[in-house]
Design a protein around this ligand. Sequence first.
Ligand SMILES: [Zn+2]
Length: 451
Amino acid sequence: MNHSVRLLLSAALALAQAGAWAWSNHTLPTYRAFDTMPELAQAAPVLAEPLELFLRAQEKPIADLLASQETWARTHMPHYAPRADTLVFRADASRSDAERRQAFLAALRISPLSRFALYLQPDLRHTPDPTRRLPHDAVNFLPEQDNDERRFVRVEPGEAVAPLAVLASASDEPDYGLDINLWDDSPSDWGKRYGFGTLPFGNPALYYATQAPFHMGFYHQDWLIYKAAPFIQRTYPLMRIQQYSSLSALAFRSGHDYWGWRFAGLALHYIQDLTQPYHADLSPGDSTLGLIGTNVLAMAGFPKRRDNLIVLLSNRHLALEKFQNESMVRSARAGTDTPLENALRESRRDTAYPAWSPLYARDTVAREAHESAEQTVRTILATVPAAYVSDPAFDFGVKEAGIRLLDDIDRQGPTQRAELERQVAQLLARFGSHSRNTVRGILRAARQQQP
Ligand SMILES: [Zn+2]
C-alpha cells in the first residue's frame, strides 16, 4: 500500500501546486502588517547597497555565519540533506565581486540566476513613478504571469529608502525564482551539486513545482501519513528562515541596515507561507483514513475519487488565495480598509504567542495553520460558488485569469462574502502577528550578539 499512497500524495501535491504561490503577492499584506508598527513606521531611511558591496565588506563574518548555519540545520532538521564541503563559503579577498556573489548563492543553495536587484515594489495605495519602472525580468527571472499587478521600481546604490518598503518588497522575493530547480532531477547544472536529492513530491519537469518543498511544511500530519509517505518530511522552509533571519541580524549588527531589512523580508516570506493552511496541511479537510480509503479504491481500479480529490484540493487552494488577493488589491486601489487590512494591523495578539526562535515557524505558525485547515475548507465550501470548489470537472487554475471571484461570491447571497472575509481575516491576523514577531526576534538577536 505504501507505494500507491505515495503515488496518490505525490500526484495531489503536484497538482495542488499548479500556479499556486501561497499568498499571491506577499508585499501588499506585509505593508499592512507593518505600516502602524513603530519599529518600521518610524524607522529612519536606510541606504540601498548592492549585494556585492555587503558581501565584500562582511566576507569573514558571513563565512563564519554560514558555517554555523550548517551546524544548526544538521542539529535541528532531522530530514536535512547536509551541504557538501565544496559549497562552503570561504573568505577570499582576492576574488572578484561576481565570483564572491556566486559563491554566496551556492553556499545558501539558491538559484545562481537569482537577481537580487536593487528594487522596490511600491505599495499599491500609491502610484509609482513611471520613469523608474523596472522590467519584470530585472527582478524576477521566472516568466511573468497574466494579470500580474506587481510593479517594480529601480533603486540606485546609495539611495535612501524606507525600511518598510524594503521589508515588504523582499517578503515577495522568494517567489522570484530563488528556490527553482535546486534538485538532482531538476533541469539545471547546480541542482546536481546542491545535494538536496530528487524532488520529494511533484513533477520535476514543472519549474514551479520545484520550489514547493521550500515553501511548504507538513510538520503536524498523522503518523500513518509519515509512514506511508515519508518523503513529505523533506521540506526546507525552516532552513531558509534560519539562513535569512541570521543574515539579517548580522547585517543590522554590522551597520548594513538595508540588508538587515532585505534579509528580514526574505525570512518573512516563508513564515507567511506557513500561515496558509494549504501550505501546512497535506490535504485540508480530508482525514488520513479518507485519503487512504480513496487510494485503496484507486488501486482496485476506481481512480475517480482520487482524481477528483486532487482537482478539488487545487481549486480550493487557488480560490482562497484569489479571494485574499482580489480583495486586497481592490481596497488598496480604492484606498479603503476592509476587515482584511484591519486584521493584518491588529497587534494585540502578538504577545499571546511563544517567544520567537528559528523553530517558531514549525512549532507555532504551521501548527496553528494545520489546526485551522478543516474550518477553512468548510468556510470555502459554504461561501464560494460550488462550480469553482465542488466540481472536479472545473479547473480553477486554467480559468483563473477570467474569474471575478468577489462578484461571483456576492451573487451567492448577502452573507457569503462577510463569512469568507471573517475566515481569511483570522488567517491574516496570524500572518500579521507572526511577521511582526519574526522582525522583533531578528532585531533582538541583532542586539544580543554584539561581536
Ligand atoms: Zn512562497
